[in-house]
Ligand binder design. Structure first.
Ligand code: GLC
Ligand code: CA
Length: 531
């Protein structure tokens, strides 16, 4: 198997708006990120997935791009961006850009021209129809409604799978594809480490057959993209693929497919949603989690392709609140969740603040939220006869702003995020939860990252799920006749676990000496070498 740098690194996602403000306008920015690179180096990460920093009206906080080759003024300048790439590089950190090419902003010059007349040169850059068909927007229960928007100028409808200000690009148009690949090369030439591809499973859509996700042209386009913009550089290319199964993941990520390096699969996230809709409920079911993870570890074999590992991102609630216990066992559950995940094969992604156990926010009013999807949810709940209070209760559980409250750096005002007025309130728990103190969760993440970097068994070892009580995730990783046991009690209850293996050496966490008839305290987790 061909080895790449991204097999052994842990990535870190930065949501620029909420990471570090440098000029007091209350909005995180690129100079702010540069000022925190030493912290990230200390954590040990090998790359940053940078959520969009491009010019944008910020309807979806940068996932609505108006110019792919310009930086949003509130985030800085192209010179700042180049400095970020260079400064990160000095610290062994690569910058992975967010590639949002299923759609642009309606303020992108392409769309402005496209909507101006039926015969404009860029008309076919987007998807126009005389009539709205049955396609719904809202891809994962977000942005609900019709996906067609009537445009007065020409009396036709354009397609938008997301918000109306995010028109879908017409990938069937060769000129669109060429323009996207040129833009990618513009960034590759700047020395970036790769791309995280936003909702990439939507680009091969066949509108007339009402197929949006995983459409017939998806893989041909990805092969073309690879040849035009990725081949010849050792880049990390990770696709956001909500519907990926291990079989589909192979199509994307098998080296022979020449498409992507890895996928973000979401099965362990969406399986916890009531009826596949996060707004109906989100409950961590450990038995399901174990089955799903074991399936991915075994069915996507070493030669078949590559997976990523994550709990959190800018679209998900904070894992310690959603799946852990942020009240009674915050530190214990955050570390147990980290150990359970980071012992697996795949490239782990940490979302900013996860490494210090940041929690969900107690949103109490509409004025406290910002997210376009949350606002759409409020409208929906009202339309269905519910109240704003009902909607806020859902938002507190699964709303995207939980992940977007500012990074908690220290105990000074606004947690050191800004000395102005923060665009989104800082969680009041920053006095206890902040990065200045580092603390036990940070240390465990640091150890997990270092372990992956150093040890081939973490990167490439075999996986075997072990028998254990329902709420205990226990597995073995093996490589060249050495064996490693990972045990995590993912619950508030005491659990028992017994193993025939004998401990050779404690590696991470609170490892007992005797592995026979163990009593695991709530959220106890460890990694040991065994024989
Ligand atoms: C992806 C992004 C999300 C965004 C959507 C539309 O799911 O992660 O934040 O709203 O795509 O670009
Ligand atoms: Ca700023």
């Amino acid at each position: 198997m061909e080895k790449h740098w991204w097999h052994g690194v842990t990535m870190y996602q930065i949501y620029p708006r909420s990471f570090q403000d440098s000029n007091g306008d209350g909005i995180g920015d690129i100079p702010g990120i540069i000022s925190r690179l030493d912290y990230l180096q200390e954590l040990g990460i090998g790359g940053i997935w940078l959520s969009p920093v491009y010019a944008s009206p910020m309807v979806d906080n940068g996932y609505d791009i108006s110019d792919y080759e310009a930086i949003a003024p509130e985030y800085g300048t192209m010179a700042d961006m180049e400095r970020l790439i260079a400064e990160a590089d000095k610290r062994g950190i690569k910058i992975v850009m967010d590639l949002v090419v299923n759609h642009t902003s309606d303020e992108h010059a392409w769309f402005v021209e496209s909507r101006s007349s039926k015969d404009s040169e860029k008309r076919d850059f987007y998807i126009w129809r005389d009539e709205a068909t049955d396609i719904r927007s809202g891809f994962t229960g977000d942005f609900p409604g019709s996906a067609w928007q009537l445009d007065e100028t020409t009396g036709q409808y354009y397609l938008h799978i997301f918000a109306p200000k995010q028109p879908d690009l017409n990938w069937a148009n060769e000129k669109v594809r060429k323009a996207v690949y040129d833009m990618m090369n513009f960034w590759v030439d700047k020395g970036i480490g790769g791309f995280r591809m936003d909702v990439i499973s939507l680009i091969g859509k066949d509108i007339d057959q009402l197929i949006t996700d995983d459409g017939p042209m998806l893989h041909p386009y990805l092969k073309e993209m690879n040849a035009a913009a990725l081949a010849g550089h050792d880049l990390l290319a990770v696709g956001e693929t909500w519907s990926a199964t291990p079989e589909r993941a192979k199509m994307y990520s098998a080296p022979a497919s020449k498409e992507l390096s890895m996928v973000f699969q979401f099965e362990h996230i969406t399986a916890m949603w009531e009826n596949g809709n996060k707004w109906l409920g989100n409950h961590f079911d450990v038995a399901k989690f174990k089955t799903i993870m074991a399936k991915w570890q075994t069915e996507l074999g070493l030669e078949d392709g590559w997976n990523s590992l994550f709990w959190d991102n800018h679209d998900l609630p904070r894992v310690v609140s959603a799946f852990g216990n942020d009240k009674d066992y915050r530190v214990e559950s955050a570390t147990a969740l980290a150990i359970a995940l980071h012992g697996l094969r795949g490239t782990p992604y940490i979302y900013q603040g996860e490494e210090i156990g940041m929690t969900n926010f107690d949103f109490q009013s509409e004025a406290q939220i910002d997210d376009v999807e949350e606002k759409a949810h409020i409208q929906n709940v009202l339309r269905e006869g519910g109240s704003v209070e009902d909607a806020l209760a859902d938002i507190r559980t699964v709303g995207r702003d939980n992940a977007r409250t500012p990074m908690q750096w220290d105990t000074t005002e606004n947690s050191g995020f800004t000395n102005g007025k923060s665009w989104l309130a800082v969680n009041p728990n920053y006095k206890e939860i902040n990065a200045a103190a580092r603390g036990p969760i940070f240390e465990i993440y640091q150890q997990l990252i270092a372990l992956r970097k150093a040890e081939d068994w973490v990167k490439f070892g075999e996986f075997e799920l072990l028998d254990s009580p329902e709420n205990v995730f226990a597995y073995l990783r093996s490589s060249e006749n050495r064996h490693y046991l990972i045990v995590a009690n993912l619950s508030d209850q005491v659990n028992h676990f017994s193993s025939e293996w004998a401990e050779v050496k404690a590696i991470i966490g609170d490892a007992p000496i005797n592995l026979k008839d163990l009593t695991l305290t709530p959220w106890q987790a460890f990694i040991v070498e065994v024989s």
